[in-house]
Design a protein around this ligand. Structure first.
Ligand code: F6P
Length: 319
């Protein structure tokens, strides 16, 4: 009988549990045994691998985090460490693995695939920075969490006529900042993909003030600078009352939205379908709402691009 493994790796994302559930249930539906690898790649190396049954993934579709735990495992770059992982899988007769995670997790999956374990990647990260899919699992939930925070901050920003600087996650990618900024009506959005000109930001705030606008919201991705650095930079050009809010890891938690649950369910099941059809070495996604699979090397070929049109729109709407 075929045996498939599943793990989550890297930063967790709401909807990962729904993806695990889909992999497990679809495998069992197809008559395949399925094994959960706990603690990501680390669990592969330490042999923290356990058979999962239908009931093991009951009551998790609505939960944030990951039932399989997640860990970063930098030593997985070492061939000898991967060899140990492969031996552990083979000892249990597992020849295929579904890796739910982001870019770093995909790199481990690609290596394993080249070394004899058939792998499929499922995009799970709040950052939405993976090529080969329009959206990653967790992005929509994190986005809505940020929007809720921005709305609340706007209330108090308006009452006190202050400029608020809200720092959101996104070490290398600005999707969360951009989308949340647009949806939250932020006056300024600072993202790693576009140079930040704080003089221009100050001028925009000033021009708003000259029209009677007394408050302003700046959404800054952590990869650009911290909220406090942003305040310091701003004060070089303008004397405004500022407050900073760092949203931090609350952005990674919480109940997944319907959108994320459905995406995770579709992609988890599709990953199993592909493995059973003999397809591997690819990452799944949805492109124009259709399921798609892209070779890992293609996924890595270019760095993730921001939606330029949305960025332009954000500037047009926040004059
Ligand atoms: O990769 C997702 C992400 O949320 C980034 O946006 C963030 O910079 C990073 O994880 C933080 O991860 P951790 O604190 O878990 O190392």
């Amino acid at each position: 009988m075929r045996k498939i493994g599943v793990l989550t790796s890297g930063g967790d994302a709401p909807g990962m549990n729904a993806a695990i559930r889909a992999v497990v249930r679809k495998s069992i539906y197809e008559g395949v045994e399925v094994y959960g690898v706990f603690q990501g790649y680390q669990g592969l190396v330490t042999d923290n691998i356990h058979k999962l049954e239908l009931g093991d993934v009951g009551d998790i579709i609505q939960r944030g985090g990951t039932k399989l735990y997640s860990a970063r495992c930098p030593e997985f770059i070492e061939p000898a460490v991967r060899q140990k992982a492969i031996e552990n899988l083979k000892a249990k007769g597992i020849d295929s693995l579904v890796v739910i995670g982001g870019d770093g997790s995909y790199r481990g999956a690609q290596r394993l695939d080249e070394e004899g374990i058939k792998t499929i990647g499922v995009p799970g990260t709040i950052d939405n920075d993976i090529n080969g899919t329009d959206y990653t699992i967790g992005f929509d939930t994190a986005l809505n969490t940020i929007i809720d925070a921005v709305d609340r901050i706007r209330d108090t920003a308006t009452s006190h006529e202050r400029t608020f600087i809200i720092e959101v996650m996104g070490r290398d990618a600005g999707d969360l900042a951009l989308w949340a900024g647009v949806a939250g009506g932020a006056e300024t959005i600072l993202i790693p993909e576009s140079p930040s000109d704080m003089k221009e930001v100050a001028e925009r705030i000033e021009s708003g003030m000259s029209r009677g606008k007394k408050h302003s919201i700046i959404v800054v991705a952590e990869g650009v600078m911290s909220a406090s650095q942003c305040a310091d930079e701003l004060h070089k050009y303008i004397n405004v009352d500022t407050r900073e809010s760092v949203l931090g890891h609350m952005q990674r938690g919480g109940k997944p939205t319907g959108q994320d649950r459905v995406l995770a369910s579709r992609l988890g099941a599709f990953a199993v379908d592909l493995l059973l059809d003999g397809v591997h070495g690819k990452a799944v996604g949805t492109e124009n709402n259709k399921l798609s699979a892209t070779r890992f090397d293609k996924v890595f070929e270019e760095s993730h691009m921001i939606d330029e049109g949305l960025y332009r729109l954000s500037r047009e709407l926040s004059i």
